[in-house]
Design a protein around this ligand. Structure first.
Ligand code: MLT
Length: 409
């Protein structure tokens, strides 16, 4: 009889956001009259910007005529989009990234989850703790993480780099040398960032040790402070040690449209092999390209109208971030993030665990957030709220939280 991949059986529970959805569904089934405000998963609420909708419509029209119809997209992405990205996201910031170093995909989550396939089975990974759960879970599935210890919430072959209020959420270089270093800046879930100087420490370390940095910059559009780089390729030396993941979900509202990209410089070589070639081989074999109409909408992100409209959308969400941040501060909570990121990270009041606070917030205020422990053991005692709700719901959620007795203790 066939054997299953028993690495999957090692995964504790279900994927974080599926677990939350299940709990919320159970609550709404039991309380059908209660209005729930969802500030849990970082899903956008504002409609796609008009310039992008127009590009989508025009591309749909093209698909309806024999002269302009498009079949399979080139597996690494259309040149028009790769060139728009190279110019708009990289050349404009002084980074040397060629269009053919950019791989178009259907989103950063898949790329972040799949990238580990091009590395050896025994590669040791290092992650910030807390962090986006896909990095660890995808390595668990690949059998790279050793055994899970329920007591500590840690995997035996994963290097955890705690990022808490005690170290201002800045990871320290690990004692044991990792092969792969996942960095997410701005960080999901803490909403905190690294400055150019702090990131340079990691780039130098990776070049020195031969490690590769897997840099998730899905939230770069929310960076407001000039000391924070938008791309790791703004840092000297990154071309020989880093892979960058970008998403259109958070800057252009494409969570339901699906588009992202990965950048692998041709100078990134390990064991005499260009990682660019390996990813191109993987992409060509396992992926049939993001849809033409979606890539046309992606191109419109870089048009003058697109840029202007998306700047407004980011500002809309960041106004929400400010409402949450200041509202919680007003009632004496310890809060972080929310300045360069659409996430607010709060220290759970009253000594509750993250999941206890989740239940309390849901039951007492009808507000859904994300328990910090779902992002790693150092997330215990913290809680994440997203700024991606509507403004009206965000204001109401904060009012409800202000009225919660347990938040006032
Ligand atoms: C989150 O809430 O952390 C994100 O929305 C998840 C994702 O982008 O996949």
């Amino acid at each position: 009889m066939v054997k299953v991949n028993d690495n999957y059986l090692k995964l504790p529970g279900s994927y974080l956001f599926s677990a939350i959805a299940k709990k919320v569904n159970a609550y709404t089934a039991a309380n059908p009259d209660k209005k729930i405000i969802r500030l849990g998963i970082g899903d956008v609420t504002q409609p796609i910007a008009p310039a992008l909708i127009k590009a989508l419509h025009d591309a749909v029209e093209e698909m309806g005529s024999v002269e302009t119809f498009h079949g399979y997209a080139p597996d690494l992405g259309y040149g028009f989009l790769r060139e728009a990205i190279a110019a708009g996201d990289y050349a404009a910031r002084g980074c040397k990234i060629e269009a053919d170093e950019i791989f178009i995909s259907d989103g950063a989550k898949c790329d972040c989850g799949n990238i580990q396939e091009i590395f050896s089975e025994d590669a040791v990974i290092a992650v910030c703790d807390p962090v986006y759960p896909v990095y660890v879970d995808s390595n668990v599935m690949a059998g790279r993480t050793g055994e899970y210890d329920e007591k500590t919430g840690k995997w035996s072959r994963v290097i955890y780099m705690p990022c808490t209020a005690e170290n201002q959420f800045v990871p320290e270089l690990p004692e044991e040398t990792p092969d792969l270093i996942y960095l997410c800046v701005p960080n999901n879930p803490t909403g905190t960032t690294l400055t150019r100087d702090q990131l340079k420490v990691w780039v130098d370390y990776a070049n020195r040790t031969g490690a590769v940095i897997l840099y998730d910059a899905a939230y770069e559009a929310y960076i407001a402070e000039p000391s924070v780089p938008h791309s790791i390729f703004e840092i000297e030396g990154a071309r020989t040690c880093a892979i960058e993941f970008r998403s259109f979900s958070k800057n252009a509202g494409f969570t339901g449209v699906r588009l992202g990209f990965t950048v692998i410089p041709k100078e990134l070589v390990r064991g005499g092999v260009m990682l660019h070639s390996l990813w191109a081989r993987r992409h060509g074999t396992k992926f049939n390209g993001a849809p033409y109409i979606v890539q046309k909408a992606g191109e419109a992100v870089y048009s003058p109208e697109g840029r202007e409209q998306l700047k407004e959308q980011v500002a809309y969400y960041m106004r929400n971030a400010k409402v949450i941040y200041e509202g919680l501060k007003e009632i004496g909570c310890e809060v972080y993030g929310g300045v360069n990121a659409p996430y607010i990270w709060l220290l759970v009041p009253g000594g509750m665990t993250s999941w206890e606070f989740f239940d309390c917030l849901l039951n007492e205020a009808g507000v859904v957030g994300t328990p910090g422990s779902g992002f790693g053991p150092s997330g215990e005692g913290y809680f994440r709220l997203t700024a991606f709700g509507t403004y009206e719901n965000t204001v109401e959620a904060v009012e409800r939280m202000k009225n919660m007795v347990s938040l006032r203790k």
